[in-house]
Write a protein that binds this ligand. Structure first.
Ligand code: ADP
Ligand code: MN
Ligand code: MN
Ligand code: MN
Length: 347
């Protein structure tokens, strides 16, 4: 009997920002066809469990949490027929664990399947590579030259960690994730990858899988990936996760009006409060009104405006249809929850 390694991955209970955890299980290689095939899919994989008292998800006297596989793809790091398996965390009796934010997103998707909603998302995941407690490229105990030449830069004076970025991009493509691009960001050691356009639950699944791969690859370089919203204090850009969003109606003729109506709803005070509560820890440090963001204290939107809370891309304005970009989410967001909140405004 030949075997494969399946890496079971889940989101833990660390506060305020959860971490990814994973462990490996040997499975019969014959499962692979079912798992990657259209008929059985991820349901062919066995449930598993873990010690929730070690992940802030349970107490020691009732420590078992269950892992239900929800999304699987080939493991580009181990290669061959090995698998990466993203799981939902479930408690006794099959109820979703309070840290399981995916289930609520899946519910909206199930409820609106086949309807005109058809939400698409593009997440721009910014992150900072850290070595010995400093962003990669920061001299020990000091600061590099000011921001300006690093964004989309070229050359060893400005660029740090590109080998990790390249390896990660290739791994995401091999895994079949909907990665759409990468770029170097405004601060040294800061980068971005984009996932999308992808669906309601799919976008979060692909985001977490891409984050997992990034963490694993950076590990081999002794580099830690930080999703801190403001990794370097002072005159340095924070790290965000701009969320591009559209519904079917926004993408069709007359879509620009639909976008404006949508933004009217998104800008209502109780909506703003609700969204900001889920837009990531450290939001106030990042959304200061400087560094290409509007202050979290105001809500404004505009065409091509990178100082706004929400930007309407110029092409969308020109075409009269397209999508919008919510610039407020921080790098450390839970993409399932952000996707759900944006869909609920349109529903
Ligand atoms: P920026 O100019 O803000 O840096 P990026 O090119 O980094 O933008 O990211 C834009 C993201 O928006 C990409 O992930 C892209 O796939 C996604 N996107 C494109 N069209 C749509 C759409 N109609 N709905 C949602 N997302 C979209
Ligand atoms: Mn971008
Ligand atoms: Mn960016
Ligand atoms: Mn952007």
């Amino acid at each position: 009997m030949s075997i494969i390694k399946a890496e079971y991955i889940w989101i833990d209970g660390t506060e305020p920002t959860p971490l990814l955890r994973s462990k490996t299980r040997m499975l019969e290689a014959s499962l692979i066809e079912k798992v990657l095939g259209a008929i059985t899919g991820v349901a062919a994989l066995p449930h598993w469990g873990f010690d929730g008292s070690s992940t802030n998800q349970a107490t020691g006297d009732d420590s078992d949490c269950q892992l239900f596989p929800v999304f699987a793809c080939r493991d580009p790091l181990r290669g061959g027929d090995n698998l990466l398996v993203l799981c939902e965390v479930v408690t006794h009796g099959g109820t979703p664990h309070p840290t399981n934010t995916r289930r609520a997103t899946q519910e909206i998707e199930d409820r609106t399947k086949g309807s005109n909603l058809d939400c698409w998302y593009g997440f721009e995941q910014e992150y900072t590579m850290m070595k010995d407690g400093y962003p990669l490229g920061f001299p020990e105990g000091g600061y590099p030259g000011p921001q300006g030449p690093y964004y989309c830069g070229v050359g060893a004076e400005y660029i740090f960690g590109r080998e990790i970025v390249e390896e990660h991009m290739t791994a995401c493509i091999k895994a079949g994730l909907k990665i759409s691009g990468i770029n170097a960001e405004v601060m040294p050691g800061q980068w971005e990858f984009q996932i999308g356009p992808a669906g309601l639950t799919e976008s979060g699944d692909h985001m977490y899988m891409a984050r997992y791969l990034l963490g694993r690859i950076a590990e081999t370089y002794g580099v830690d990936i930080s999703y801190d919203a403001k990794p370097a204090k002072g005159d340095w850009n924070g790290a965000g996760c701009h969320t591009n969003f559209s519904t079917k109606a926004m993408r069709e003729d007359g879509g620009l009006k639909v976008i404006h109506d949508y933004l009217g709803k998104l800008g209502q005070p109780d909506r703003i409060t609700l969204h900001l509560a889920h837009y990531g820890a450290g939001l106030e440090d990042r959304l200061t009104g400087e560094h290409e963001t509007a202050s979290y204290k105001e809500f404004k939107y505009g065409v091509s405006d990178r100082g706004a809370s929400v930007r309407i891309p110029m092409q969308t304005d020109l075409d009269g249809k397209g999508y919008l970009e919510d610039r407020r989410p921080c790098a450390n967001i839970d993409p399932y929850t952000v996707a759900r909140l944006l869909a609920e405004v349109a529903e």
